[in-house]
Design a protein around this ligand. Sequence first.
Ligand code: MF3
Ligand code: CO
Length: 292
Amino acid sequence: MRLSRVPLIEIKTPGQIALMREAGLVVARMLRATAAAAEPGISTAELDAIAESEMRAAGARSSFKGYHGYPATICTSLNEQIVHGIPSRSVTLAAGDVLSIDAGAIVGGWHGDAAITVAVGAVPAEVTSLLQACERAMWQGLTAAVAGAHLTDVSHAIGSSAVTGGYGVVREYTGHFIGSQMHMEPAVPSFGKPGRGPVLAPGMALAIEPMLVLPQPGSSGNWVPRTRLLDDGWTVVTADGSLAAHFEHTVAITADGPWVLTAEDGGAGGLGLTGIRGADARGPAATAAGRR
Ligand code: MF3
Ligand code: CO
């Protein structure tokens, strides 16, 4: 998409952001429950069932099921799979696997969307580093999601963090704005030059989702990983079979800084790691009041 064609970005009211926060907390619970169950022997279809029952217990609806015909409540992307893996009864986790779990939920018509990548059992140190680098790149992007910044300031923050570690950044799949629909324009790339695209303003919400690939021996720092779509029409894999990681959070732009709607603590912990004070679990207005 050309960022120069400025799309109309949905501005949410505080009440609508509050519904997105509720959806975000449902997504957080879906991810917490499925990550805890991601042990050797469980199938990805069983993880999907766990996520669905968490979602239903909260009275929420799925953002994913039925989206362009997508058949499940979560995406489960294993090892060289980058995103949009479909849960299956015939895919069973084994020690050493790396699993991306992506979940979305709707509360009162408003969406939340987040993903984590977890190691199943013990994995080599370079794999742990990949997961940490992907999560760190996401938090760098979230930290840059402030009113007055340009959209690609977020992209640049994500991409420069990832490239510093020598990881490949997937370009064909991006983050997105979010609100009354899961995927809204414009796209939020995880790479690129800063200072371009629309200016972020309070009431906007975006899903920041870097996908990082472990470099092959000998690959250079600005290596761009290639992707391939499997015959199921959904699952995206690295073309060369390299291991991939994926983290995602939905963040609201507020006058008091980024509010990470899909983080149980509102992002306070992760944003703190990168050096700024964000909104806490009570929400940005309450946080700001507490600081006075
Ligand atoms: N979080 C995913 C994304 O933004 C959403 C999965 S799309 C679905 O790409 F179709 F699989 F639901
Ligand atoms: Co998303």
